[in-house]
Design a protein around this ligand. Structure first.
Ligand SMILES: [Fe+2]
Length: 285
């Protein structure tokens, strides 16, 4: 038996979350779960995460890990909620320390140190772990952010925002720690996984008339990705990406997302009235 994947779509942020079930059909990991958040009211809810949790319960899965491909800047992580419901350990790439170092300063978060210890585990390039008889290998794939990692299992790879769909292209590289040249080289490593490997996305932004799709094969990406198809030189990609990033607005949910996601999905500590707050740094981002 080989591993299998069930993907869950979050329409408001166009995020794909995935459950990878190991070869034994019993052990599984959750990848990039999403919390619902209404920016106008500051209200959080778990409707989307509950759908994923219900599916895991129906399958009677033992959740070993809740994995982040990176600290997302456009949606809030539901990792702690999923952990509270299903168990598992929250893991992310070790580059998160650098991302924390930056954003803890921006938000003057003095209650926490940027050593990654708020996560249960930090992964380094080449680390491996077992999920129900399936070996998962962690590949460091920086570029979009410095903490971006890809989780590879059998012929499946969970690539975060390393690539989007072939018709949309690639992720921005202008966040702190982002680097277009690094992204180019990370994508070449993904392509080296082989044409049949299925690359699972963190987001899909389909044009009108196409349904969101959770994955594309290496062959589809290498053959047709509008930014990173075969034959594009690194220098050409870097110049296109850099120019394009200059014109992009920040994601709508970046301010709540980075404050919460760099804390492994936890809220900042409540103030003495018992309420937790999200800060807005003025003229800083
Ligand atoms: Fe992202």
């Amino acid at each position: 038996m080989s591993s299998e994947v069930r993907s869950f779509h979050h329409e408001p942020t166009r995020t794909w979350s995935h459950v990878l079930v190991g070869a034994d059909g019993r052990h599984a990991v959750v990848i990039d779960p999403v919390l619902d958040y209404e920016a106008s009211s500051g209200r959080m809810s778990t409707t989307t995460a509950d759908t994923l949790i219900k599916w895991c319960r129906e399958r009677e899965l033992a959740i070993d890990w809740i994995l982040e491909t990176h600290a997302h800047a456009d949606h809030l992580s539901a990792a702690p909620y999923v952990k509270s419901q299903l168990g598992g350990r929250i893991g992310i790439g070790e580059g998160i320390r650098k991302v924390q170092g930056h954003f803890f300063k921006v938000f003057n978060a003095t209650d926490i140190v940027p050593d990654g210890s708020v996560f249960d585990h930090l992964f380094a390039d080449g680390d491996t772990f077992d999920v129900g008889g399936t070996c998962v290998t962690v590949m460091s794939t920086p570029g979009h952010t410095s903490d971006s990692v890809t989780y590879v299992a059998d012929d499946k790879a969970f690539i975060g925002d390393t690539l989007f769909s072939p018709d949309y292209g690639s992720a921005r590289c202008d966040f702190p720690g982002g680097d277009a040249g690094e992204l180019y080289r990370s994508v070449q490593r993904l392509y080296a996984l082989g044409d049949e490997t299925r690359l699972y996305l963190c987001h899909d932004y389909p044009p009108d008339g196409r349904e969101p799709q959770p994955s594309f094969t290496v062959a589809e990406q290498r053959g047709g990705n509008r930014h990173l198809h075969q034959g594009i030189a690194e220098a050409d990609f870097v110049s296109m990406r850099t120019q394009r990033d200059r014109g992009l607005a920040l994601p709508e949910l970046i301010i709540p997302s980075v404050q919460i996601n760099v804390r492994a999905g936890q809220l900042p500590p409540p103030e003495d009235n018992g309420i937790a707050y999200i800060k807005v740094p003025i003229n800083t981002l």
